[in-house]
Design a protein. Structure first.
Length: 327
């Protein structure tokens, strides 16, 4: 199943840590559930479908425990699953999409199979349970990957800043939009924070690293990730930065090959829906290096969308978008 392959790749993309043993166990439970499903399909053993459900239940519980370990920073050992789930819900640890998938799996499969030992499941229910728990685990792994990347970038940024001489209390007099653009450029140019190979990290890892960097160099800013811009509007911005009455939407793209024209349209719609005027698209370089800023034409009144690209890359965008050089 492609979902299982996706899950396997997401786990493989994480750094080693005390959470890896549990996450690999989650993968094994889901793989075993898939084999039970196949056994039921290829034989007369209908009990195989119920066996699959019990394996997905183990995967569900393991996913929640490792999320508790990473996202809440707490040891799940000797904690009851009920208490862990209650903590995660009450403290809004899970994002809404993750929470929705958790609620679906818990209601449709975990609770019925746990509380009614006489219950049997059929092929369709077994298949849906595997898809549901795999989707839940994949979304959860994205949030875990982002958190780990945030923590790593935050530590690297602090280490980079500590040796720097004090700025003597000088205030940055630039407007917020220019300050944020400067910070984004500094992130893309820093080998200390980003490492040497940006093209190998996933989108959520890039967002987490950028969030960790910004939270450290600009602690006075409010920074949110995967934020819904307006009620009823499906678009969720990668990063939203606000200070006072000012708000800036940021979209992070992995390299220039991503279709920037679609992102410009999305960010314009989001700005319009949220009553905002400032947006930034960051096209991450393959390797840390100098960046340049170009303006994308926008229909938003008094609006401004800046695309931050690796230096020299703007020529390749001519004809794709009507860009104007930024002073």
């Amino acid at each position: 199943m492609h979902l299982i392959d996706t899950l396997r790749n997401k786990i493989g993309g994480l750094d080693d840590g005390d959470y890896m043993h549990g996450l690999r166990a989650v993968l094994r439970h889901i793989e075993t559930a898939g084999r039970h499903l196949t056994r039921g399909q290829e034989s007369d053993d209908d009990a195989a479908f119920t066996d699959a459900i019990y394996r997905t239940n183990q995967a569900f519980e393991g996913s929640v425990k490792e999320a508790y370990r990473v996202l809440a920073g707490k040891n799940p050992e000797h904690e009851r699953p009920y208490d862990i789930e209650l903590y995660l819900e009450n403290n809004n640890v899970f994002r809404s999409r993750v929470m929705n998938q958790l609620a679906i799996y818990r209601k449709e499969w975990r609770n019925p199979s746990t509380h009614d030992y006489t219950l049997d499941f059929d092929e369709s229910e077994s298949f849906l349970a595997i898809v549901s728990v795999s989707a839940f685990a994949c979304l959860l792994l994205d949030q875990i990957a982002e958190k780990l990347s945030f923590t790593r970038a935050q530590a690297a940024t602090k280490a980079m800043m500590d040796p720097m001489p004090a700025a003597g209390g000088k205030r940055d007099t630039k407007v917020l939009y220019e300050q944020v653009l400067d910070h984004l450029s500094a992130f893309c140019e820093s080998t200390t924070v980003t490492g040497s190979d940006l093209k190998k990290i996933s989108g959520v890892q890039a967002i987490g690293a950028l969030h960790g960097f910004l939270a450290t160099v600009a602690p006075d800013l409010k920074i949110e990730t995967e934020k819904q811009i307006a009620s009823g509007h499906r678009f969720r911005s990668d990063i939203v930065i606000s200070k006072g009455t000012e708000t800036i939407i940021i979209e992070v793209k992995n390299q220039l090959r991503d279709r920037l024209i679609n992102t410009v349209v999305q960010i314009e719609d989001a700005l319009n829906a949220g009553g905002m005027t400032k947006g930034i698209i960051v096209a991450l370089p393959d390797e840390p290096g100098e960046m340049e800023r170009i303006n994308a034409h926008t229909y938003i009144p008094n609006g401004e969308v800046v695309v931050l690209v690796p230096k020299g890359a703007s020529k390749s965008l001519q004809g794709t978008l009507r860009f104007a050089p930024r002073p």
